[in-house]
Design a protein around this ligand. Structure first.
Ligand code: AP5
Ligand code: MG
Length: 213
């Protein structure tokens, strides 16, 4: 099964992807995580994408598609995309890539959350730099302040979770990613989930939507 999670920054794509990929045995593909890992390792790719991430702008389509094709060329599991595609050009590139592998897209799940809610969530987000676990000071705080429950590592605030960059990312989403909703709505595989509910309820709704697929 191949699935795309779509939605505003902060709509819960990463949170849901972690649960869903485990449950369905899918390979979780987060382009944002890939770029942040490269950045942390100071690789040439990390240096190339650094300015885009810190400004909240999109990495150019050509580069995103190149990176994904090379990363996924040997992957045989079903794929769960989180944060990709983000433009119509990327979606067309993905369609062509699926065709070349004689596989198909099974579901596009849109996590619908109001803009004011996602802005608040992003400001309150903390993540573990070691295991990637996602917390929220308001809705999902760690047991000990600023410490990961799983690996005891000190939690961090993502560099792009500052008020100015959050605002920019929301604008970029509206300008460049929202058109994807129309692109996928006509596909017959488009599902919308109310992402404003508690994470467990959202996960249950998604599971019900995919039941029988
Ligand atoms: P990326 O890492 O993909 O960031 P994003 O799309 O901005 O999304 P986020 O990771 O911020 O949010 P999320 O939806 O995963 O929410 P989360 O689950 O963490 O991209 C970063 C950058 O990389 C981009 O700006 C761009 O520069 C570049 N990039 C990446 N992909 C690209 C591409 N394809 N093309 C070009 N450039 C690309 O949840 C957020 C918070 O809310 C957390 O605190 C969480 O605990 C909380 N939360 C989650 N669900 C709920 C809930 N149901 N109720 C209450 N709180 C919740
Ligand atoms: Mg994410």
């Amino acid at each position: 099964m191949n699935i795309i999670l779509l939605g505003y920054p902060g709509s819960g794509k990463g949170t849901q992807a972690k649960v869903l990929s485990q449950k369905l045995g899918l390979f979780h593909v987060s382009t944002g995580d890939i770029f942040r890992e490269e950045l942390a390792k100071d690789t040439p790719l990390g240096l190339e994408v650094s300015g885009y991430l810190s400004a909240g702008r999109l990495v150019p389509d050509r580069l995103v598609l190149e990176v994904l094709k090379s990363r996924l060329s040997k992957e045989t599991r079903g794929l769960l995309f989180d944060g990709f595609p983000r433009t119509v050009e990327q979606a067309e590139g993905l369609d062509a890539w699926f065709d070349s592998r004689e596989t198909t897209l099974d579901a596009v799940i849109f996590l619908n959350v109001p803009e004011a809610e996602v802005a608040k969530r992003l400001g309150d987000r903390r993540t573990c730099p070691k295991c990637g676990k996602i917390y929220n000071l308001g809705t999902k705080p760690p047991q000990k302040p600023d410490i990961c429950d799983t690996c005891n590592e000190k939690l961090i605030t993502r560099d792009d979770d500052t008020p100015g960059v959050i605002w920019k990312r929301l604008q970029v989403y509206k300008d460049q990613t929202e058109p994807l909703l129309a692109y996928y709505k006509s596909s017959g595989n488009f599902y919308e989930a109310d992402g404003g509910q508690a994470p467990e309820s959202v996960a249950a709704k998604i599971a019900a939507m995919l039941d029988g697929k």
